[in-house]
Design a protein around this ligand. Structure first.
Ligand SMILES: [Mg+2]
Length: 432
């Protein structure tokens, strides 16, 4: 039985890691990423219980997300955790449909990224309150209780709560009862970390070889600055990983629809599992044109799909083949779960976006939730890139190219105090 506890404060820190020094994260449009986090801590009147959450940005603008959190704090300060849990969806609407802030959104951009950090911290707090890893807290909820926490606004023309209940109830019949079975589940991953666009041929070759030796079988490479160089890099990586391993490419939105159709024509001979962000990720109809031009190829997108409404359109319009939800772009599980449900209904595999700061730690929970509560698809895969993992108290663990199920209470993104103190953009010794 949990003792009632109250929220007493919300602290926000602007944390930035200087990853641009090593070209980590570089792609066709983002050439100098300093992996950053809007880092939220919810304090309670119990010194041993706090909620931690973040959203991921790549440097400048992280301060804007931090500032947005200031507008949300009052919705939870002085509330008891039981009450917070019961009113979670109401509070989510207070934030995401705030009558003034929605003018600088709504449900998109800086304020929505900030909402993700804020609600990620709340889900962390609640699952720690029950002393469970986040995935276990969610799996243990009754379907009706879970759905009371998630938003169906603007999507009930495509999925209703009744349909969602049915999906979950059917899946719940086959969830393993034995916790050991759940905890020993591993979840297949692919690595992006060998193929950043700013890496030399030699560095890419060396890293791809290293990952191969560590048991990885799925590799993703960045493309999109110059098609001749893309072809050259595909040659290199195929030579290293052979034809038996899986290759994906990501052009990070740089191509027009027309460029994309032409360039996919050049690259498809490399047997590409999917082309990621082949054009602007707002262009639902453009994606469909690319798919129609290349019916044999598959498209993936999602890390910059700004809300569940656009996901609805992508899915319903058959504009994507893989949903790459982002744990910090959508406004936390309140919005991610509806996307997982729509993906389930349309039998679209979910391959979460990860890497950055804390994304791997987050998606390891979402993968388990999706696998056991929602998806009936048999294809499971998730991105992994171990950037910044050294800063986490309990970073995501990988064995033989698969995620290991996290077992500690919460949502797994606690950053070490010495990393926070060193890389705080306002007060840290690194930046000042
Ligand atoms: Mg990507």
């Amino acid at each position: 039985m949990c003792v009632t506890m109250k929220i007493i404060d919300v602290i926000v820190r602007d944390i930035r890691f200087p990853t641009s020094k090593d070209n980590i994260g570089t792609d066709s449009l983002h050439i100098d990423c300093d992996y950053s986090a809007t880092y939220v801590t919810i304090l309670t009147d119990d010194n041993n219980l706090s909620g931690v959450g973040l959203t991921f940005t790549i440097g400048k603008g992280n301060d804007l997300c931090c500032k947005s959190i200031d507008y949300f704090k009052d919705f939870i300060i002085n509330r008891e955790i039981d009450e917070l849990e019961k009113n979670l969806l109401f509070i989510w609407y207070q934030v995401t449909d705030h009558s003034q802030l929605r003018w600088v959104g709504p449900n998109k951009g800086v304020v929505h990224l900030a909402a993700a950090a804020f609600f990620n911290a709340i889900w962390d707090l609640i699952s720690k309150y029950y002393n469970k890893p986040l995935w276990k807290y969610v799996l243990d909820l009754q379907p009706e209780e879970l759905l009371k926490k998630v938003s169906f606004s603007y999507i009930n023309d495509v999925i209703t709560e009744d349909e969602a209940i049915e999906i979950i109830k059917e899946k719940k019949k086959i969830i393993p009862n034995n916790l050991d079975v759940l905890e020993s589940t591993i979840f297949p991953a692919y690595t992006t970390a060998a193929g950043w666009l700013g890496y030399s041929d030699e560095k890419m070759k060396k890293l791809a070889n290293e990952y191969l030796q560590k048991g990885w079988t799925h590799f993703k490479m960045k493309v999109g600055q110059d098609i001749e160089r893309d072809i050259h890099r595909c040659d290199i990586i195929r030579n290293v990983i052979g034809n038996e391993n899986i290759l994906m490419v990501d052009s990070n939105q740089i191509w027009s629809v027309k460029d994309s159709i032409e360039n996919i024509n050049e690259l498809k001979k490399y047997n590409i599992l999917f082309f990621e962000e082949p054009t602007s990720t707002d262009d639902i109809l453009g994606f469909r044109k690319i798919k129609d031009a290349h019916p044999g190829e598959k498209l993936a997108t999602g890390e910059m799909i700004q809300n569940k409404i656009l996901f609805k359109q992508f899915i319903e319009n058959n504009s994507l083949d893989f949903s790459q939800i982002d744990s910090c772009r959508l406004a936390s599980l309140n919005e991610i779960i509806p996307v997982l449900l729509m993906s389930s209904k349309f039998d679209i595999p979910v391959i979460p976006h990860a890497g950055g700061v804390g994304l791997c730690e987050y998606v390891q929970h979402i993968n388990i939730i999706n696998k056991f509560l929602f998806s009936n698809n048999t294809f499971f895969l998730c991105e992994y890139a171990d950037s910044c993992s050294e800063h986490f108290e309990n970073p995501a663990q990988i064995i033989n190219g698969s995620y290991v199920t996290p077992t500690k209470p919460g949502y797994s993104v606690k950053i070490k105090d010495n990393s926070l103190n060193k890389f705080d953009y306002n007060t840290g010794v690194y930046w000042n």
